[in-house]
Design a binder for this molecule. Structure first.
Ligand SMILES: [Zn+2]
Length: 319
């Protein structure tokens, strides 16, 4: 169990041991916090045969869960781009059968926001008529996309973001050198930051932002910067954070920078002045929106980005 999950895990565990958790639970919070692991641990506790000491780790149910083969636990939503009505009907059927080990049943719906409307409506029926000792655990990083009727029937548990010190300490324990900037570009999520650092993306970010800020001095890097930025949508978020830091510097606001390891770059960009930075920032925001998944990638994304980079380059040259 990740250290930052303790504040939500303790009351959940107490609920299991004292048998006062609802039949429908929603674990919500941003991606990369370990909600899936939390749901699995909660399922183990619910199915444990020693309720007052759950999860005991020693009973048959705990052994089966540790081996990932408990027949009273059903998980959907781990794969695929949506969760359809067939998957939910099958879940409802399984949940209505009696428990094989006689200690309740648990279903987990991961990425619950991917349920189609028909699937969500089918699930609503299961939640309205819970069978016996069945518990349904919904997991979602986009709970605002769930049907309000579904939300209102679930006990909601928010998985909080860890504070910077806790996240950095955990990352260092994993053997990576994490900085507050690396955490910032991953919205504070320790698990995403770990993947990002292990994949070498932090070096890529530093190189890309350094080239971007020196486009006036080395204009020949423009094509390379453009290719680097188009590689992943998140690369534009890096630029956005740098622009925000530059704006803060230009305005003389004395607050910590999001990317404190790119101070030289944000100071260089700050010379453009607040007005120009504001404009560049809103243009970039519009560009990011048009590149979002589901919007259909515009054919001219490369063209739009190169126009934006040329504007930035001209501004830098004249500042
Ligand atoms: Zn047990």
């Amino acid at each position: 169990m990740y250290a930052w999950l303790t504040p939500v895990w303790q009351p959940l565990l107490q609920g299991v041991r004292e048998r006062h958790l609802g039949h429908g639970l929603l674990l919500k919070g941003m991606a990369g916090l370990g909600k899936r692991e939390l749901a699995a641990e909660l399922a183990t506790a619910l199915l444990c045969q020693h309720t007052s000491n759950a999860p005991c780790g020693m009973c048959h149910a705990c052994e089966l869960n540790a081996a990932g083969s408990h027949s009273d636990l059903h998980v959907v939503g781990r794969e695929g781009r949506s969760i359809g009505i067939d998957a939910i009907r099958e879940l409802s059927r399984i949940m209505s059968e009696s428990a094989r080990l006689g200690h309740g049943k648990v279903a987990i719906i991961e990425r619950a926001e991917l349920m189609t409307e028909a699937a969500a409506n089918a699930l609503l029926k299961t939640l309205e008529e819970p069978a016996g000792e069945a518990t349904l655990i919904l997991v979602s990083s986009r709970p605002e996309r769930l049907l309000p009727t579904l939300l209102s029937r679930c006990q909601q548990w928010l998985v909080p973001l860890p504070d910077t010190d806790t996240a950095l300490a955990w990352l260092n324990e994993q053997g990576v050198t994490a900085t507050p900037a690396a955490l910032s570009v991953n919205q504070g999520s320790p698990l995403q930051t770990l993947e990002y650092l292990q994949g070498g993306a932090d070096d890529k970010r530093l190189a890309l932002l350094a080239e971007l800020a020196s486009l006036a001095e080395t204009p020949t890097h423009l094509a390379r910067v453009q290719t680097g930025l188009l590689e992943q949508p998140v690369h534009l978020v890096w630029v956005q954070l740098l622009l925000q830091d530059a704006l803060q510097t230009a305005l003389g606001v004395n607050a910590p920078l999001k990317l404190d390891d790119c101070r030289a770059q944000s100071e260089r960009l700050a010379r453009l002045g607040a007005m120009a930075l504001h404009e560049l920032n809103s243009e970039l925001l519009a560009l990011r929106r048009s590149l979002q998944p589901g919007q259909g990638r515009p054919m001219n994304a490369g063209l739009q980005l190169s126009q934006w980079l040329r504007r930035l380059q001209r501004a830098l040259t004249h500042s």
